[in-house]
Every structure is written in structure tokens, then in C-alpha cells.
Design a binder for this molecule. Structure first.
Ligand code: COI
Length: 330
């Protein structure tokens, strides 16, 4: 298998180098540049391209296909950025990454605690030597009801780790896991919205979940609810989120991902004019924590992202069962 990887970060290089050393019969090259129409030719002569959450236009898929690329790997768990319908039409197959669920689960719980205890506000104020108490009183997570939507690997890990805090945990999920029942109650969405002080999202980004959190959902939540999104931006309707923050219905939000983030993150834009009104508006609220889609980013996940996608690509060639393969449904 000949693999050409784009958008390779410094921290991923050693894992690609290790793969290259351990697979002398295969061929793998990488660059740090994101794929664009201007650099697609770099992948000529390869069987597969590996990307991250990059924008890939129809024209780009078509050109790669003409050049002989038959497989696409995305070094991310989510693959909503891939046009699977077009890939199916072309006959291209894809794989996605799997990595330690602890990465996102740990970050999610950190965000919950930060939001409960107003940590960003406290730190901002401490920087200007305002050590006063007004406006900084927190909520105890241990006394809260936490609602988890989606109990796949990450949601389930959040539930297990959260159980150590002693909070009441509600879960809404397609599958009721016997194991999780020792830590949490499985409930319908309405109950979760009505009874949760903190709501955390752990569902995939697909058409079914687009705007799961809209104005009606927010209206049925408890006043002062804390919303956490480390899943996918499209799960929350940004307009509804902003309206909920403006009205005071939402007490705090921690947003690692939002629907208009495509093309914005993982670059140093400190000298740039950023045209992104959603982020600009969200950034004005003192009760909003905005992290740049970093919940995944640990040494372990970086290693897993490269390893599991490259192994997934190799499985296409060997005919082994390919657990990393992406389905074509949206
Ligand atoms: C994923 O793996 O799905 C993520 O959200 C991280 C990715 C944006 C690099």
C-alpha cells in the first residue's frame, strides 16, 4: 500500500516515521500542508491519501480518483467532513481513526468543572489583580445532575469517570448498556433536558444529530443549564445557543467545537483578520469557554490517530476484517 499523508503535525511525524520503518514493503510519505487543488499532484502514484478534518471538494475527490487514489483515511474519529456519498459514487473506500476515549472524556470533565467553578472568569480577573469574590461563586459538580447524550466509547468513559464525583448521572443513548446502569439512569431526552444541571454531548456528527440542540431543546432545559460540546459543532444550532446565552437561560457553555469552525482551527492566526461571527459573538460572553477543538489532543491519541488509520488502510489490501472502515450512510 502506498500512502500519502497531508496535514501531518510535528507530533505525528515520529509515528509516521515508525510506520515507515516497520513496513519496508509499503511506501509512505507525508507533508505538513493541507490538501488543496494546487498540491493534489503530490499524491500521484499512491493508492491512498491520509488527511485530517480538511475541506475536500468534489473536484478534489475526482482529481485524486483520476490519479489512482482509491482509499482515503481521516486521522479523526468523526468523518462528517468527508463526502461519503461522492466517495461511494467513485468507488473510493475510507477509514477513520480510533483513539483512547480518555482524551476527550478527560477534557470534557475538565470543562464541566471549569464551567461549574467559573475558572476562566476567575483567572481573567486575577490577571488584573481583581481577587474579589462577587460574581465568582461556583456550583458543586458533586451536587449536580449531569445529563450525557450519547454513550458510545467517549460518552461511556465520561459516565464512568464522572461517577467518582458522586453526582447523579442521566444518560440518553440508542443502546442501554448494562455496565453503565451501575453508574447512571437511562432516560428519554425530555427527562434529561428537564432534570440536568449540566448537559454534555457525545453523539456523532450526522444528519440525524444536526441541530439536536435547537431552540426548542434549550427551552425545555432547566434554567441556568451548563452545556458542554466536545462532540461536533453541527449538533448545536449556533443561533439557538447564542439566543439562550443572551436570554440567560443557559448559565454557561463550554464549546470545543461549533458549527462554523471549518477551516479556522489548528493554524496560528494571531496576525489575521478572522471572519467568523459566531466565534466572535460567543467570545463576548464571560460564561462561555471556547477551546479550539483540542479535546482529542494528547500524546496517546496522536499515536493512535496515525497507527489506526494506517493499519486500516493496510487491511484493505490484506482483505482482513476492517473495523476502521467508514460506512457510506450520512
Ligand atoms: C475527531 O477525532 O473526531 C476529532 O474531533 C478530532 C479531530 C478534529 C482532529
Amino acid at each position: 500500500m502506498k500512502i500519502f499523508a497531508y496535514s501531518v503535525r510535528e507530533d505525528e511525524e515520529k509515528y509516521f516515521d515508525r510506520f515507515i520503518a516497520e513496513h519496508p514493503g509499503d511506501h509512505c510519505s507525508y507533508v505538513s500542508e493541507y490538501p488543496t487543488m494546487d498540491n493534489l499532484e503530490l499524491a500521484r502514484g499512491f493508492d491512498a491519501v491520509s488527511i485530517i478534518t480538511n475541506v475536500i471538494t468534489t473536484e478534489m475527490y475526482d482529481r485524486w480518483y483520476e490519479m489512482g487514489i482509491r482509499y482515503i483515511a481521516t486521522r479523526s474519529v468523526g468523518y462528517d467532513h468527508l463526502d461519503v456519498v461522492h466517495m461511494k459514487k467513485l468507488g473510493m473506500r475510507g477509514v477513520h481513526a480510533s483513539y483512547s476515549p480518555n482524551a476527550v472524556a478527560n477534557f470534557t470533565i475538565m470543562l464541566m468543572l471549569m464551567a461549574c467553578r467559573k475558572v476562566t472568569f476567575i483567572l481573567d480577573k486575577a490577571k488584573v489583580q481583581d481577587f474579589s469574590l462577587p460574581g465568582k461563586i461556583g456550583k458543586e459538580i458533586s451536587l449536580s445532575t449531569v445529563g450525557i447524550i450519547g454513550a458510545g466509547q467517549i460518552g461511556a468513559t465520561v459516565v464512568k469517570h464522572l461517577s467518582g464525583f458522586g453526582c447523579r448521572i442521566l444518560v440518553h443513548s440508542n443502546h442501554e448498556s448494562e455496565e453503565l446502569k451501575q453508574y447512571a439512569e437511562f432516560v428519554d431526552l425530555d427527562t434529561l433536558y428537564k432534570e440536568s444541571d449540566i448537559i454534555s454531548l457525545h453523539v456523532p456528527g450526522n444528519e440525524k444529530n444536526r441541530h439536536l440542540i435547537d431552540s426548542a431543546a434549550i427551552a425545555s432545559m432547566k434554567d441556568d443549564v451548563i452545556l458542554i460540546n466536545t462532540a461536533r459543532g453541527m449538533v448545536i444550532d449556533s443561533e439557538a445557543l447564542i439566543a439562550g446565552l443572551e436570554s440567560g437561560k443557559i448559565g454557561a457553555a463550554a464549546i470545543d467545537t461549533f458549527e462554523e469552525e471549518m477551516g479556522l482551527y489548528y493554524k496560528n492566526l494571531e496576525r489575521e483578520r478572522i471572519v467568523n461571527r459566531t466565534r466572535a459573538i460567543l467570545g463576548t460572553f464571560p460564561n462561555v469557554i471556547l477551546t479550539p477543538h483540542m479535546a482529542f489532543y494528547t500524546e496517546q491519541s496522536s499515536s493512535d490517530m496515525v497507527g489506526t488509520t494506517n493499519e486500516g488502510l493496510l487491511a484493505f489490501e490484506s482483505g482482513a476484517e476492517n473495523l476502521a472502515e467508514i460506512g457510506y450512510e450520512r
